[in-house]
Design a protein around this ligand. Structure first.
Ligand SMILES: *Cc1c(COP(=O)(O)O)cnc(C)c1O
Length: 362
């Protein structure tokens, strides 16, 4: 079986360094908000090209913290793509704000900038963009809209560590960005982890406090915060893996290129990249009419797949109030999409086998 993602193999490459780092943390007797956290935050901020990085517990809370820090709450609207992982939308709901869904572009799967302005009302406070599947959103038009209407832009960069748009990396394309280091992401730890990046000094300070019970100083609480911290062991592991992120992303690009050049099957629609550097191929998602039949065929041929995602947020039970809304492009994507294996540890034989099996589908 060709695994969708072999996490053990991915992390095994750094086994020795990770073992040593974990031992270092154990020996230090200090497990939260210490030197490992500081070092990783500095290195990840430098990597993204921003002034501040604040580690937190996971990607969902990174986004939640940003919205809370801006003070957006009940009655405020935040624009978000209808075609995203549910966490982007949960972060908005969690703060009592209203998510306003916008259809994606069928070619990039990212939010369609031409459909944003018609959704803006006097209650709109922010636009959340999601760099879905690893492809940086084309921000130019969104920057203009945000400026014109005085809105904040928040990036959900959970799938796109290292993707580049106009010479800048994700995490540095907006007012503030949320990252996830869930094990399966392009930069993943061995448990849960997340971070916020921003160039805004005041916002960074506030988020740091909010993530630590709303406290800048022990037992002195300025805000109603939460407990959302990146622990020392996860920070240490991430700091070992970060220097290899660009190499891993490059390997993903090479596989994606090989797939796009060699998979030739009229029944499959392959993903596009508007710019090679803009895409870090967190997933390689193809579309096909009889998706479930195709998935079965791949399983029979020893290729593991995952569907990102089978049900759009507006059709989820959790958002019953939206179940009657119609987002045809989002629904079309959810009904036809399927992700095939892509990862920095795939062998050439595996990559070729995937191509052969996909070309043999009829
Ligand atoms: C993974 C993911 C998140 C959530 O990150 P967690 O660390 O799992 O909370 C948010 N948004 C997107 C687009 C994701 O892929």
């Amino acid at each position: 079986m060709i695994k969708f993602l072999d996490l053990h193999k991915i992390n095994e490459r750094f086994r020795k360094e990770i073992d040593e780092k974990i031992k270092e943390v154990l020996d230090s007797g200090w497990y939260l908000l210490g030197n490992q956290d500081k070092a990783f935050e500095k290195n990840f901020a430098d990597y993204c090209g921003v002034k501040h990085c604040i580690g937190c517990a996971n990607g969902l809370e990174a986004l939640t913290l940003i919205i809370r820090a801006y003070g957006f709450s009940k009655g405020d609207e935040i624009i978000v793509p209808a075609n995203t992982y549910i966490a982007s939308i949960l972060a908005i709901s969690e703060n009592g704000c209203t998510p306003v869904l916008v259809e994606p572009d069928i070619n990039t799967y990212n939010i369609n900038p031409d459909l944003i302005e018609e959704k803006i009302t006097e209650k709109t406070r922010a636009i959340m963009v999601v760099h879905l599947y690893g492809q940086a959103v084309q921000m130019e038009k969104i920057w203009q809209i945000a400026k014109k209407h005085n809105l904040k832009i928040i990036e959900d960069s959970a799938q796109a560590h290292g993707a580049v748009y106009q010479g800048k990396r994700t995490g540095n394309l907006s007012d503030a960005s949320g990252f996830s280091f869930y094990p399966g992401k392009n930069l993943g730890c061995m448990g849960d982890g997340g971070a916020v990046t921003t160039n805004d000094d005041e916002l960074a300070q506030k988020i740091r406090a909010l993530a630590n019970y709303g406290s800048h100083k022990k037992y002195c609480n300025l805000y109603k915060g939460l407990n959302s911290r990146l622990d020392e062991i996860q920070a240490a592991i991430l700091d070992v893996k970060l220097p290899h992120l660009d190499m891993d992303n490059e390997k993903r690009r090479q596989i994606a290129k090989y797939y796009r050049e060699n998979i030739k099957n009229p029944k499959l629609i392959l993903p596009e990249a508007y710019d090679e550097k803009a895409h870090v191929w967190h997933v390689f998602a193809v579309r096909t009419k009889d998706r479930d039949g195709f998935q079965q065929y791949l399983t029979q041929n020893e290729i593991q797949t995952i569907i990102h995602y089978p049900t759009p947020p507006h059709k989820q039970e959790a958002y019953k109030e939206w179940n009657n809304l119609s987002f045809p492009i989002t629904e079309e994507i959810h009904n036809t999409i399927i992700s095939i294996p892509i990862s920095p540890v795939m062998t050439d034989t595996e990559i070729q086998q995937v191509v052969e099996v996909l070309n043999g589908y009829n």
